[in-house]
Design a protein around this ligand. Structure first.
Ligand code: FAD
Length: 396
C-alpha cells in the first residue's frame, strides 16, 4: 500500500493531523499501538485554549465540545489561606478556556476521521520508520490480531507518537538538538470521581508545598500535590491525599469545603521540559509531545499539539495543491516560536507556585521570596495580570 502521509500515533496530534488532511483531500494512514477503547478512556489533559477550539470549530470538529464543554474565565490563587481571583477572560478580549477532557477530544476526532472514510490501524505493534532521508520513506508494523507484518510507503511521516514513541528515537544521534530541563519538582497527580468543589481552577501555595484543584466534568476532578522529588506513590494512601488536600487548599475566610470522592488514578509526575530542534528530519515531521513536552503547570501540552497539527497540514496542503514547499521548510520555526513561549510561561508559573524545598523546611529561601513577590505583583498590577491572561488563555 502507498499513502501520502503516514501518521504514527492517534493522540490529539495524530488525530488532528489525520482529520485536517482528510478534509484537505490528502491521503493518510494512522498507525496506533493501542486499541480504540483504550484511547477513548485515557484521561489526561482537560483545558483547551480559545484558539484551539476555534481551530477545531473551523474544521467542523467541535460540535460536541461546544455543546458540552464548560467555559472558564477565572482562576483562583490561595496563599496560606488567603484567596484572590484573576478574571483572565476580561483581561484578554473575552477569550475563555474550554474544559473538556482529552479523551473526549480523542473520541470526537476518531469518530470524525472514521466517519469521513479515514484509515486507522489500531493495535499496531513494533512500528518502525525507514528511509527517512529518501523521497520514499516507509513504515513497517505488526498487526496484533493477525500477527502479520505490514509495510506502507509514503511521501512523508508525521511523528505524533508522544514523548515515549518511536519517531524521535529514529532520528540519528546529533542530527537534531535536544533541550532538556528538569525542574526539580514532583507532583502527585490525582483523578477522583468527585464533583468539583470550585467553579474555577485553584492554585494554592502552602508552606508544605503547592496544591491544585482542576476541573474535568460535573462528576470527575483532578488534583495535584507537590511532593518530594523521587517520591513513591505508595507513600500516599487515599486518606493521606485527602488530608493533605484539605490542609493545603484550606481558606481562612468563608466556609469553603472540599468534596471527597473515589480516587481512580494516582501517579507521580516529574516536572520536566524537553524541546527538539528542528522538529523535522528529512521526511519526518515531529508533532506534539513527540517534539516537545512542557510541565502541566500552564496546561499547554494538548494545545501545542493541536497547533503543530494545523501548521503542518497547512504546509502539506500548499505542497500538494501548489507544489509549494515553503510551509514544510518553515514548519519547525513556526511551531517552535509558540513552543518556547509556552515553555517560558510554564516555567514562570512553575516558579511562582512552588516554594523551592517546600515541605523540607527551607521554604523561606531567596527564591521563595522572589516567588512571593511575583505573586504579589500579579495580585496588584493590572498590567502584569493582563500579560498573565494573554499567556494563560493562549496567545492568539
Ligand atoms: P499523546 O497524547 O501522547 O499521543 C501519542 C499517541 O501515540 C498515543 O495514542 C500512543 O498510544 C501512540 N504511540 C506511542 N508510541 C507508539 C508507537 N511506538 N507506535 C504506535 N503508536 C504509538 N495538556 C494540556 O494542554 N492541558 C492539561 O491540563 C494537561 N494536563 C495533563 C495532565 C496529565 C496527568 C498528563 C500526563 C498530561 C497532561 N497534559 C496537559 C499534556 C497532554 O496530555 C499532552 O500534551 C497531549 O496528550 C499531547 O498529545 P500528543 O498527541 O502529542 O501525544
Amino acid at each position: 500500500t502507498n499513502t501520502a502521509v503516514g501518521v504514527v500515533g492517534a493522540g490529539p496530534a495524530g488525530l488532528a493531523v489525520a482529520n485536517l488532511l482528510n478534509r484537505a483531500g490528502i491521503d493518510c494512514v494512522v498507525l496506533e499501538r493501542h486499541s480504540r477503547a483504550h484511547l477513548e478512556q485515557r484521561a489526561r489533559a482537560g483545558m483547551l485554549e480559545h484558539r484551539a477550539v476555534r481551530m477545531l470549530e473551523r474544521h467542523g470538529l467541535a460540535d460536541r465540545l461546544l455543546a458540552s464543554a464548560a467555559r472558564h474565565d477565572t482562576c483562583e490563587f490561595r496563599v496560606e489561606g488567603r484567596r484572590f481571583q484573576v478574571s483572565y477572560a476580561d483581561l484578554y478580549g473575552g477569550r475563555t478556556h474550554y474544559v473538556y477532557p482529552q479523551q473526549e477530544v480523542v473520541k470526537d476526532l476518531i469518530g470524525a476521521f472514521l466517519d469521513g472514510g479515514g484509515d486507522i490501524r489500531f493495535e499496531a505493534d513494533d512500528v518502525a520508520l525507514h528511509d527517512l532521508t529518501t523521497d520514499r520513506p516507509s513504515l513497517t508494523w505488526r498487526d496484533r490480531e493477525s500477527g502479520r507484518e505490514r509495510r506502507i510507503a509514503c511521501d512523508f511521516v508525521a511523528g505524533c507518537d508522544g514523548f515515549h514513541g518511536v519517531c524521535r528515537p529514529s532520528i540519528p544521534d546529533g542530527a537534531v538538538l535536544e533541550f532538556v530541563h528538569q525542574h526539580g519538582i514532583n507532583w502527585l497527580s490525582i483523578l477522583a470521581e468527585a464533583p468539583p468543589s470550585t467553579d474555577c481552577v485553584i492554585y494554592a501555595l502552602h508552606q508544605d508545598g503547592f496544591a491544585g484543584h482542576m476541573l474535568r466534568s460535573p462528576t470527575v476532578s483532578r488534583y495535584y500535590l507537590q511532593v518530594p522529588v523521587g517520591e513513591d506513590v505508595a507513600n500516599w494512601p487515599d486518606e493521606r491525599v485527602w488530608a493533605e488536600l484539605h490542609k493545603r487548599l484550606a481558606v481562612a475566610d468563608g466556609d469553603w469545603r472540599l468534596t471527597e470522592g473515589k480516587i481512580v488514578d494516582k501517579r507521580v509526575l516529574d516536572m520536566r521540559s524537553h524541546v527538539t530542534e528542528p522538529m523535522r528530519y528529512g521526511g519526518l515531521f515531529l508533532v506534539g509531545d513527540a517534539a516537545h513536552i512542557v510541565t502541566p503547570v500552564g496546561a499547554k501540552g494538548m494545545n501545542l499539539a493541536l497547533h503543530d497539527a494545523e501548521v503542518l497540514v497547512d504546509a502539506f496542503t500548499a505542497y500538494y495543491r501548489d507544489g509549494d514547499d515553503t510551509g514544510l521548510d518553515g514548519y519547525s520555526a513556526a511551531c517552535l516560536r509558540r513552543v518556547w513561549r509556552a515553555q517560558e510561561f510554564s516555567q514562570w508559573m512553575t516558579f511562582m507556585l512552588h516554594s523551592p524545598g517546600a515541605g523540607q523546611g527551607d521554604s523561606q529561601t531567596f527564591l521563595g521570596r522572589l516567588a512571593q513577590a511575583r505573586l504579589d505583583h500579579l495580585m496588584t498590577s493590572p498590567a502584569y495580570a493582563a500579560s498573565f491572561a494573554e499567556n494563560y488563555v493562549g496567545v492568539e
